[in-house]
Design a protein around this ligand. Sequence first.
Ligand code: NAD
Ligand code: G6P
Ligand code: MN
Length: 442
Amino acid sequence: MKKFSIVIAGGGSTYTPEIILMLLDNLDRLPLRSIKLYDNDEERQNHVAKACEILIKEKDPTIQYVATTDPEVAYTDVDFVLAHIRVGKLEMRSLDEKIPLKYGVVGQETCGPGGMAYGLRSIPGVLENIEYMEKYSPNAWMLNYSNPASIVAEACRRFKPNSRVINICDMPIGMEHTIARILGFKSRKEMCIRYYGLNHFGWWTSIKDKDGKEYIQDLIAHQLKYGNCLADDDASYYTDSSWFDTAKKVKDIIAIDPTMCPNSYFQYYLFGDDMVAHTDPNYTRADQVVDTREKRVFGECARIEKVGTAKDTTLQIGIHAEFIVDLATALAFNTHERMLLIVPNNGAISNFEKDAMVEIPCIVGKDGYEPLTVGEIPHFQKGLMEQQVNCEKLVVDAYEQHSYLKMLQALTLNKCVPNANVARKILDDFIEANKAYWPELK
Ligand code: NAD
Ligand code: G6P
Ligand code: MN
C-alpha cells in the first residue's frame, strides 16, 4: 500500500501531539512514510517537537520526522497538509475575547466579534500556507481547520478558488459522540445524519440508524430536558467544566426552536447576556486554555523529552481528530465517505445564497468532495444564517479593500453586538490591539 507524507502546519499547537498519536494509531488505514511539523515560531514548536519525535520513533522508526520553520523543507514532498495555525497565538485570542467584554459584549473567538478580529489576522496566514503547498507540493491536499473556519473558508473561496483546500471543523463530531451516547449507539459512525448551517452555526435535522429508523424526535425530547448531555453526566465526560456547561446550555437553545438540534455555539449568539454574566472579564476561555490544555500538553511533552521515552505517557489520542484521518483516507483511497465539510453552497440549500460557505454533508473521494442537497430551510435558521454569513463576508471585504467601513459594518451586523456605537468602540480597540497583524484600515 502507498505510504503518505504529512506536514502539520501550526506544529506548535497544543493539538499537535494528540493528532500525531491519532495518526500513529491509524497507520493500518493511512500508512505514513513521513511526518513533519512546521511553524513560524520555533520556540513555540520546540515545546512539542522532541516529544513528537519520541512518540513517532517508539511507534514506527521507519517514519521520517522533522520539525522545521523552513517552508521549503516543510512543504516539499507532502501528500497532506494538516493546517491548524493560530495567527497571534493565544495572547491575541485573549484580547479577541476581552475587548468586547469591556463593552458588555461576548467576545467569542470564531463567530462573535472576537472571531471577526481573528479572521482579519488569520486570512493572510492561511493564504501564505496554501501558497507554500502549491509551490512545493502542488498535488497535495490541505485539510484546514484553522479558525475562524467560516471566514477562512470564504477567503479560500474568493482568493484561492482552485486550490486543493478542504475546510473542516470538529465541533459536530464532538457533539455527535454525546448524541450517540444519548441515543444508545455504540459509536457515532452507526448514525447517518443530516445537518446544515454555517461553521459553528448549524443544526441536525435527522439522525437515522443503518436501517433508516429516525431518532431526531428522541434527541429533541432529550435535549429539551437535559441539553446535549446525559441526565447523570458529570464534567469528566467533557474536555473541562466549561464544555460541560456548554452541553447543558443546549436545553435553552433548543427551546427556541424545538424542531431541530442546534450546535451548542448558539449559546453565544442567542444568549450573549448569560455568557457575559458568567464570564470574568479578566479571565476568559483563552486563560483557561493556557492554564489547562497548554500546561498539561506542554508539561507532558517536557517530561517525555526529559525521560527520553513516551512509554508511560498521559497524552491521549485526540478523539475529535478522527475526522482528519477519515478525511485523508477518503481522499487517498476514494472511500466516498460522507462527511460534514464547509463548502460553497451552490444551490445545496435552495433558498440560500449560492456563494455562501455552508457546512453540509458531502461525499468525499479522490477528486475532493460532492455536496449533498439540503433543500429549503425555515425562516428562523435562514435569517440567522444570512445575518452571520454577510457579517463574515464583510470581514473578507475589509481584508481585501483595507476598509474601516466594511469592518465597522461587519461588527455592527454581528449578532453579539447590540448597536453601531458599541461596534465602533470595539473596532477602534481591535485596531489598536492588532497593529502587528491587520492591514491598515482606511
Ligand atoms: P496555538 O496557538 O496553541 O497553536 C497554533 C500554532 O500556529 C502556534 O504554534 C503558532 O506559532 C502557529 N502559527 C501561527 N501563525 C502561523 C503561520 N503563519 N504559519 C505557521 N504556523 C503559524 O493554537 P491552538 O489553540 O492549538 O489552535 C490551533 C488552531 O486550530 C486554531 O486556529 C484553532 O482555532 C483551531 N482549531 C480548530 C478546530 C476546528 O474544529 N476547526 C478545532 C480545534 C482547534
Ligand atoms: C471546538 C471548535 C473549535 C474551537 C475549539 C475551542 O473544538 O470546533 O473550532 O477551536 O472548540 O476550544 P477551546 O477548548 O480552545 O476553547
Ligand atoms: Mn470548529
